[in-house]
Design a protein around this ligand. Structure first.
Ligand code: SAH
Length: 234
């Protein structure tokens, strides 16, 4: 089964973007995943092909019209489509590795990219769009957010990462940040590789990595530790 993404956007030429390269590029070539970008403007109905209008209640900017967006969603995702419908949005729940894994184990996703001030609330409700944020900052459009989400999903699809084991210890997979990495040369500008890593003692290496991981998380992201202990408590 391959992961099928349909992206609704005003800028279809932004796709597949960087996902055409490297790891994701090869996955797309093999057909492990596909990304179809559809122009929302193709579903405009007036002469000027307009997709947005001024905000009800006044204020700056423009809002994507619900009727045009709904027509685009219905055209790419008919009633029997089981793929989740996502809206990239700074008001959404923050994207997590757990959500990425869940998406990757499903049939794909329909992803709506907002522009301007955002989209009319009624289409979010009427088409049951799940709002997903990639972080607490505001982008000018949903396209880079969709590319980031798809990057994270494609790299965890079965067979995409060369060494399957390399995913297991990574940041967030264990609920913690990952330990630091080292490679040759043995000494770099007077800094040596921590001796335990070259000791050949696998148990000691594992213990060192776990301790580093925990300490780094405690220093930088104590919120992750709170989340992990919540999960243990449940
Ligand atoms: N006025 C809105 C921001 C609109 S930004 C607000 O204050 O909430 C325009 C579009 O960029 C949004 O519709 C969304 O699709 C995208 N976007 C901006 N920031 C984002 C983020 N952090 N995560 C995901 N999408 C984002």
């Amino acid at each position: 089964m391959s992961f099928r993404a349909t992206v609704l956007t005003l800028y279809p030429e932004m796709f597949p973007g960087h996902l055409g390269q490297s790891l994701a590029g090869r996955a797309l070539e093999r057909g492990d995943a596909s990304i179809e970008a559809v122009n929302i403007r193709d579903y405009a109905t007036d002469r000027h092909r307009s997709v947005d209008d001024t905000p009800a209640g006044g204020g700056a900017g423009m809002v994507l019209r619900p009727d045009i967006l709904a027509a685009a969603i219905d055209a790419v995702s008919p009633g029997d489509d089981t793929r989740p419908r996502l809206l990239m949005s700074p008001r959404g729940l923050p994207l997590t590795q757990a959500r990425v894994r869940a998406l990757a184990s499903g049939p794909g996703a329909v992803i709506v990219c907002g522009r301007f001030e955002g989209v009319d609330q009624r289409v979010i409700e009427a088409r049951d769009l799940e709002e997903i944020s990639i972080g607490d900052y505001v982008l000018s459009g949903g396209e880079p957010a969709a590319l980031i989400l798809l990057d994270a999903v494609i790299r965890v699809l079965p067979g995409v990462m060369g060494n399957a084991a390399s995913g297991a210890h990574e940041s967030f997979e264990t609920g913690l940040l990952e330990h630091p990495h080292y490679t040759r040369p043995q000494e770099f500008e007077g800094r040596a590789i921590p001796p335990v890593l070259t000791s050949g003692n696998h148990q000691a290496v594992e213990a060192w990595r776990q301790a580093q991981s925990l300490e780094l998380t405690r220093q930088r992201r104590p919120d992750l530790l709170d989340r992990a202990s919540d999960q243990i408590a449940k």
